[in-house]
Design a protein around this ligand. Structure first.
Ligand code: ASP
Length: 290
């Protein structure tokens, strides 16, 4: 755990999160809020065709269709929006924000989510690339790598006004059942924000994360006075103790508190996460609890 030297702090999951953090910091520098920052950060991973687990170029489901999950949460007013099993939209994180801002709902799924996106002016695109289509064709024959190839971009940010936000976006578990929904669009599982306390975002296997309401629990631990690192470790240790999968439960977390202190950890040592808390973006590695 470290304390950020400046008030504005952005933290994101994985090494590829570094580019997302840079975009989020740029948004803050332009006068954007933490909400704007977590949206622009997630959008970088969504648009990257080389990223096999988020948005365009993400691994498809069994039918060869890319179905994405995304959610956004804004501390003031504890607002949230999310989309699940959404098809054909380049920036699900922006649809999630629109659900939060203009619909009377928090979560839209499947066809209804797609219809809402189109009504809101989002364009329909094919998220399957030539490369992921070829990989899916191989998978159809071999069934190798089922359930593998998943990661989520999760971004948490604190802005100069002291407000917190979180986002997450993913194409979910590779070659999943059509309609499978992971933790990412579920408020409290894939992400959570309490503007008086802190924010958290998760990555790993949704089927593990959502059974523990992982991000709600991390924020609750911070509310009890634990540092972001301690809060992540506490959740992971409790999973390690209680879950039949033990150390094989796939859960990694990033967390940020109201004071700008941050942390991150996975079950195993070495979970990479990107941080900007001052001049430059760095990739750090979690200590793990095993
Ligand atoms: N949590 C995501 C899901 O299960 C994938 C990941 O973060 O690895 O959909």
């Amino acid at each position: 755990m470290e304390t950020g030297s400046s008030k504005e702090v952005v933290v994101a999951t994985w090494e590829f999160g570094a580019a997302c953090v840079d975009a989020a910091v740029h948004t803050l520098k332009q006068g954007g809020t933490a909400l704007d920052a977590v949206e622009s950060g997630a959008a970088v991973a969504e648009a990257d065709p080389a990223n096999r687990s988020v948005g365009f170029g993400g691994t498809p489901n069994r039918d060869g269709v890319v179905q994405v999950d995304a959610a956004i949460m804004w501390g003031p007013g504890r607002q949230a929006g999310s989309v699940a099993a959404l098809e054909g939209i380049l920036h699900p994180i922006s649809v999630a924000r629109r659900v939060m801002e203009v619909s009377p709902h928090v979560m839209l799924a499947g066809e209804g989510a797609a219809r809402f996106a189109l009504e809101q002016g989002f364009e329909e695109v094919d998220l399957l690339t030539e490369e992921t289509r070829k990989q899916w064709e191989v998978w159809r024959e071999t069934r190798a790598g089922e359930g593998e190839n998943h990661d989520t971009i999760g971004v948490v940010a604190l802005d100069s006004a002291g407000n917190l936000a979180a986002s997450c976006s993913t194409s979910g578990a590779g070659y999943k059942f059509p309609g499978r929904v992971g933790d990412s669009p579920i408020i409290g599982s894939g992400l959570y924000v309490d503007n008086d306390v802190g924010a958290a975002a998760a990555t790993g296997l949704g089927e593990d994360i959502m059974r523990y309401c992982a991000c709600y629990e991390v924020v609750a631990q911070m509310a009890r006075g634990h540092s972001p690192d301690e809060a992540c470790s506490s959740l992971l240790r409790s999973v390690l103790e209680k879950d039949p999968k033990g150390a094989d439960a796939s859960i990694s977390l990033v967390a940020l508190n109201k004071e700008g202190a941050y942390g991150g950890s996975g079950m195993q040592k070495g979970f990479p996460y990107a941080v900007a808390a001052g001049a430059e973006t760095r990739v750090l590695r979690g200590a793990g609890v095993v």
